[in-house]
Design a protein. Structure first.
Length: 363
């Protein structure tokens, strides 16, 4: 695979359009005047011929909706804990891949060079043409049992992920997403046969906050509930951004929502570092993460974790049995120091530990 060089904004759009194909008919429908309604995210853009959706990646050409296809803008072998997934094959490795574009415009985005492509003229990223088969072959060659679509917002490139994951499933690989959760029931049903697990970025718990990012809170909450009810393993991450989403009331509301759905949903509260349009902002101090961790535990969540602190938060990174309190998994950053879970159970009291802890097929 040969990487395309970082282009100018105009040429990036032209090159990306060469790596697109008609959207899956499940994810769009036609309306009057050759307009097409896109169903890949909760914006439900009505796209006229010659125009693009809010994500800038899905566009209408002569009455046909086109979607990204046949490339990656990011490809990396990661520890599973980096995504973060703490209850999916702990200590395992995963092939992370991503494309370009997003349906939000978060000013604190840590992946803005890829997510804000075609929206911010500074977001100029190269990409590598590839096939779905070549990605799966790469995973098999490196003995990686898991693939995750991440980096950009993967639901806006769901058509491509489905092609990759359909082939991966033929080799009994596990497949998942890291998403902002701004989805539709249609795209979640479309991806259901291929999605073993999903990490949803619950960015805040207020409509005002989501409005600043270019979305709404309710569709994200609906997606979390839909994923959980469908049987997909769900973990939640909230980047704690000082002055944006860090009030005790907002954190309590988020924790209460998750606990009402299931006390076994892991909640990752992670540290923000100045980036993108918030380079002058204050990093998240450890005390705010510890407060968020305590709020999650007080709400009754069994599994609350801090992250992005380089392994400096001690017990807040570990997994404990929710029934007897025994230490099960000890972590430092992305590294496992010990894993005492036996056959998905606590070795001390025998209680079942939630997650996809034994799903480690050998490719």
């Amino acid at each position: 695979m040969q990487t395309e060089p970082p282009p100018s904004s105009d040429s990036l759009q032209a090159r990306l359009d060469l790596h697109s194909s008609p959207a899956d008919p499940t994810l769009c429908f036609h309306e009057e005047g050759m307009k097409v309604r896109c169903l890949s995210c909760a914006h439900r853009c009505l796209v006229s011929p010659g125009n693009r959706g809010i994500c800038r990646m899905r566009y209408n050409r002569d009455g046909v909706l086109y979607a990204p296809s046949g490339y990656v803008a990011g490809l990396q072998i990661d520890p599973m804990e980096k995504k973060p997934f703490y209850h999916v094959t702990p200590g395992g490795r995963v092939l992370s891949f991503g494309m370009l574009g997003c349906n939000f415009h978060c000013d604190f985005c840590q992946n803005w060079v890829s997510s804000q492509a075609l929206r911010d003229p500074r977001a100029l990223s190269g990409f590598t043409p590839c096939t779905a088969d070549s990605l799966v072959e790469f995973a098999l060659k490196h003995h990686l049992p898991t693939l995750v679509s991440t980096y950009n917002e993967p639901f806006i490139t769901a058509d491509w992920a489905a092609r990759v994951f359909e082939r991966a499933k033929g080799h009994r690989l596990l497949c998942g997403f890291v998403s902002n959760g701004y989805a539709t029931p249609e795209v979640l049903e479309y991806l259901h046969p291929f999605m073993d697990f999903c990490n949803v970025d619950l960015k805040c718990f207020s409509e005002a906050g989501y409005s600043r990012l270019g979305g709404r809170l309710k569709p994200v909450l609906d997606s979390i509930e839909h994923l959980f009810i469908s049987g997909c393993w769900v973990e939640i991450v909230t980047l704690i951004v000082p002055g944006f989403n860090d009030t005790p009331e907002e954190l309590r509301n988020a924790a209460a929502f998750l606990a009402a759905l299931s006390r076994e949903i892991p909640w990752h509260v992670t540290a923000f570092y100045p980036t993108y349009k918030r380079t002058a902002a204050t990093p998240t101090p450890p005390r705010l993460l510890e407060r968020a961790w305590n709020i999650g535990k007080e709400a009754g969540l069994h599994y609350v974790y801090t992250g992005n602190m380089g392994g400096e938060m001690g017990h807040c990174e570990n997994t404990f049995c929710p029934h007897c309190g025994d230490l099960l998994i000890q972590r430092r950053g992305f590294h496992l120091l010990q894993n005492r879970i036996t056959h998905e159970t606590c070795p001390r009291c025998g209680s079942l530990i939630a997650g996809r802890l034994l799903d480690t097929p050998t490719p």
